[in-house]
Design a protein around this ligand. Structure first.
Ligand SMILES: [Zn+2]
Length: 491
């Protein structure tokens, strides 16, 4: 009865919140938990198999991939959407999924869990599988909190019987290896693909004895084939990516001799893909089902998403920590076509209020001739610009436009592709702006088409003189703005 009451109250709160325009994504979970304290335990009544996915980067993509692959194979799936990966958010997902009376049983629950929330989530509901993607040191680590976090996660797993699917290439994830006996390891073979390397920072040291690792292959950050004299070494993988390369629509993987074309952009997605393939094999999917699902997958908004703006393909990717920033930059710099880089930086709660992590992005690697313009945007545009300046980027290349729409319009006038990095709360408005630009362009093309003057429709800008560049009024040049907002920053 208490449980039913919690569901009804949660549903009512969610509806009320949506009616007053507050979205209501987690409120229903908060209310349900007030009535039924360990509400998450009911996840068991919602799915026959439960998979948790956690880690610093890639958990949303991995979770979405798994849910998609399972669904296209005909299984019913309960999944939480991004932003609701804490216990209240997951509880809200259960409330939403519940019919008026009781619960609805699914084949699989695919639940993304925030790292800090994992111990609580495990205490309330033990999953059948836990996937750990990676752990990247960011600003947290200045206080040694990553190690603490990992220890807490490990403690919560000690007395439970969970099958772990671990990224063997990450020494941090490998710290989970002594917990259970039935671990599955996945990774990338030594010569799986060509990756641009960047600074590893503090992560190249063994977490057990603090000695520097010996690497025979480095893929991304600290991910690769490592070994330490103390015996802490990359484990043998059960399933591995033998080859990964950029295909026409996305990366292509060879796993266990089978070829998997995907729609995923960015070489680093090979990790998310192999974790998803492994999980789906465990759920009984065959190669054909996984292969078809991967080809049909449409990535969620803002994950290496392409937009056709003018005659150019623009790219947008979410960046929320240095590791994510570095892989995004190395993806963006794979071609040497003329381009501009837009960095949209906000500091709301969801972005992380401390933005000192931007100093750990290797912005220096973007200081190249073909990157002709650097636009700093968002609430903390000035900090983004300052980071660019300290990367050695010439000041005349750096433009500060805090309004994202202005940044887009400015870049569009330049007439060559823009590659955009956006923090969490910048992402959705940026997608909206770009979709609108792309949409208006479609309309414009149709309109011009009715004139049947080919050269006009092809180069309308040059004909009408709109291609001329005007400095937007609110543009702030670098001079005189560098001293502001230098809180917590290291030059
Ligand atoms: Zn060691």
């Amino acid at each position: 009865m208490k449980t039913q009451l919690a569901i009804w109250a949660g549903k009512t709160a969610g509806t009320a919140s949506r009616m007053i325009g507050n979205g209501g994504s987690t409120i229903s979970g908060i209310v349900a938990r007030k009535i039924d304290v360990q509400f998450l335990r009911h996840l068991r009544s919602n799915a026959k198999e439960i998979i948790y996915i956690t880690g610093t980067n890639g958990k949303t993509t991995t979770a979405n991939l798994i849910a998609h692959l399972l669904e296209t194979s005909g299984k019913t799936v309960l999944a939480n959407s991004e932003g609701s990966n804490m216990v209240t958010g997951i509880s809200a997902t259960i409330v939403r999924n519940a019919p008026f009376i009781g619960f609805m049983m699914n084949d699989v629950a695919v639940i993304e869990v925030d790292e800090a929330s994992l111990p609580k989530a495990i205490l309330e509901c033990q999953p059948d599988y836990l996937i750990v993607t990676n752990f990247f040191r960011d600003q947290l680590d200045r206080y040694g909190e990553l190690d603490l976090l990992i220890e807490k996660m490990k403690d919560s797993l000690k007395s439970v019987d969970v099958k772990l699917i671990l990224n063997a290439d990450d020494p941090f994830v490998n710290r989970f290896s002594n917990l259970q006996t039935k671990n599955i390891y996945v990774g990338l073979d030594k010569n799986a693909g060509r990756f641009q390397s960047y600074t590893m920072g503090e992560s190249k040291y063994c977490p057990i004895c603090q000695k520097e690792f010996k690497y025979t292959a480095v893929h991304f950050g600290q991910l690769g084939h490592y070994q330490c004299t103390c015996g802490f070494t990359r484990p043998q993988t059960t399933l591995s990516v033998e080859k990964v390369y950029q295909g026409k629509k996305g990366i292509r993987l060879t796993v266990d001799g089978a070829d998997y074309p995907t729609t995923l952009k960015g070489m680093y997605n090979a990790y998310n893909a192999i974790l998803a393939i492994c999980a789906c094999q465990e759920m009984g999917l065959n190669t054909k089902e996984i292969r078809e699902g991967l080809m049909l997958y449409h990535k969620i908004n803002g994950r290496m998403q392409d937009f056709l703006i003018g005659e150019d393909t623009w790219k947008l990717n979410l960046v929320k920590n240095p590791a994510g920033g570095n892989v995004t930059l190395s993806e963006y710099l794979q071609t040497n076509e003329k381009k501009q880089l837009i960095f949209c930086l906000n500091d709301y709660l969801a972005d992380g209020e401390d933005i000192s992590w931007i100093w750990d992005i290797d912005m220096e690697i973007a200081n190249r001739e073909e990157v002709e313009t650097f636009i700093a945007s968002g609430k903390r545009a000035h900090d983004a610009a300052l980071r660019m300046k300290y990367a050695g980027i010439p000041e005349e290349k750096i433009i500060i436009l805090p309004e994202m729409k202005e940044a887009v319009l400015y870049a569009k006038k330049k007439g060559y592709p823009a590659y955009i990095m956006a923090t969490y709360t910048c992402l959705s408005p940026m997608v909206t702006i770009l979709l609108k630009e792309a949409e208006e362009q479609k309309k414009g093309d149709k309109y011009l088409g009715t004139f049947t003057i080919p050269f006009l429709s092809r180069h309308p800008k040059s004909v009408w003189g709109q291609g001329k560049y005007h400095m937007p009024k609110k543009t702030v040049r670098m001079e005189g703005n560098l001293s502001s907002n230098r809180r917590n920053q290291k030059p």
